[in-house]
Design a protein around this ligand. Sequence first.
Ligand code: G1P
Ligand code: ZN
Length: 543
Amino acid sequence: MPIREIATQPFDDQKPGTSGLRKRVTVFQQPHYLENFVQAVFDTQPQLQGGTLVLGGDGRYYNRQAIQVILRMATANGVAHCLVGQGGILSTPAASCLIRKYQTQGGLILSASHNPGGPDGDFGIKFNTPNGGPAPEKVTEAIYQRTLEIDRYRILDADDIDLDHIGEVSVGTMRVEIVDPVADYAELMRQQFDFDAIAGLLRGDFRMAFDAMHAVTGPYAKRILEEQLGAPAGTVVNGVPLEDFGGGHPDPNLTYAAELVARTQGPQGLDFAAASDGDGDRNMILGRDIFVTPSDSLAILTANHRVFPAWRDGIPGVARSMPTSQAVDRVAKALEIDLYETPTGWKFFGNLLDAGKIAFCGEESFGTGSAHVREKDGLWAVLAWLNLLAVEQRPVREIVRDHWRRFGRNYYTRHDYEGVDKTKAEALMERLRRILPTLQGECYDGPRILRADDFRYVDPVDGSVSEHQGLRFLFEDGSRIVYRLSGTGTVGATLRIYIERPETRPERLEDDTQAALAPLITASHTIADLAYHIGREEPDVIT
Ligand code: G1P
Ligand code: ZN
C-alpha cells in the first residue's frame, strides 16, 4: 500500500488553546484541516518515529473518523506501534495512564472536553508528551508554528480498521493494539485507594449516584464502581457514551447536572453524588444538601491525604491554579507543606508533578488530580471522596463544615459572561491592565486593594515564564477579584470573574455564597466598568 504525500496549504487558526486545538466539527471536516495539525505534531515530535503513540478520545461525533485518519498518518510518518482504546474510547486520564505505564513517546487525545458534541458541536485534539501530560507551551507553540508553514502531509492509502475488537492489527508497517480502555486505569485506581474500605461503604446502606452525562466515563464508572466495588446496578446513570452526549452539555456543574443535584436534596436525598465531563477529567462532588466546591474539595482532600493508601506517608506539596480559591493555602500552611500557584490549565502542573514537588493539584473549574497521572481525573476525585467517606463514616456536609471550622472558609464564586464580542472583551482587559497600578489602595465600600497585578508565572522547575495569566486584585482582608478571558471557547469571548472572601469567624460561616460575596461582586462590576464595556452586569453562568 502506497504512502502518499498530499500537497496542502496552511490554515491560520490552528493555535492550541488552554487544552489543545478545539473547533467546531465543521471546521475539522474541512479538507486537510485535521491532517495539517496532525502532520505538524509528527513534524515537531521526532521521538514518535519508531516509537509508540497512544490514541483515543471521548467518543464524540467525528472521533472514529479522526482515529482512522490519524492511524494512516501515523504509519506514514514512521510510528512503529499504536495503542488505541477499543471503540476509539479513552478518557483523558486513562490516556495519560497508558502513556506513562507503557512509557510511550506520547499520545493524541481527541476531545473537546465538556463542550457539546454532535455534527454541530465541537471537536478537539491535543498532543500529550511522554510524561502523560498536556504538551507544555513551548511544544504547542512549535506545533502551531509548524501549522503556519505546512505544505504537505504523509498518509497511507489503506482501508479503515476495525476499532471494536480487542487485539492486534497492522496498518502498513505499524502494529496497532486495540486495548481495553478501562483495565489499566482501573488497576491504577486500585493502587491509589482503599478498595476494601470503599466496597464496605457501598455494601451498606450508603446511597449514591454517578452521572456519566452520556460521555466517556460511563464504561469506567460501571466497571470500577459497580463491578469492582459492588455498588448496586444503576448507580451509574447516563453510562453509555453517545456521539452527541444525548444532546446535552457534558459539563458537571450546578446548571448542567441539575437533575443530579435535585437527587441529593432533602431528607431523602442521596448520601453522595458525583458527575464527570465529556472526556472524564472533570468532577463534581455533592453530598446530601451540599455542593462541595472544587476549591474546597482540593483543600479537604489535601487535609485528609493520610487516608489514601498512596499518600499515607505524607505529601510534599500541593498546587492550585491562580483563580482557584485560597482554601488550600490555609491547609498547606497548617500542614507545613509547599503551595504553588500556577496559571490556568493543567499543563502548568506537569513540571511540579514530574519533579515530585506536589502530590495533589486542582483548579476551580471542577478539576482535581494527583501525581498518579498528568491530567486532572474525574473518577480519581470521586474515589478519593468515597475513600474519605468510608474512613470518616459521616455525612459529606459534616466533613465540609468541620473543615471550615478548623481552617476557615473561603466563600468563592465564578461569574461567566459568555458570547461577548471579542474586541469589547479585549478592550475591557486592556483598560484594566493599564489602570491596575492606579487602583492600588482604592476601596469599594469595603477593604482596600492591597495589590493589583497581571499574573506572571515563572516555572520553578524549568524557569519558563508565562505572562498575562489574569488580572488580580488582592484586598487587605485576603479577598480577591480575578479577571481573565477564557482560552477554551469556540465562539466570541468568555469573560470570567472569580470572586473570593475568607471567613474565619465560626459564628459567621453563613450559607449563601452569593450573599456573602455581594459587596465584592458589586465592586467587580465597578472596577471593570462592565456596564460600559459589555453592556451587561448579569452573568450567564454562576458557579
Ligand atoms: C477552562 C478552565 C480551566 C481548565 C480548562 C480545561 O479554561 O477555566 O481551569 O483548565 O477549561 O478544562 P478557560 O476556558 O477558562 O481558559
Ligand atoms: Zn474535560
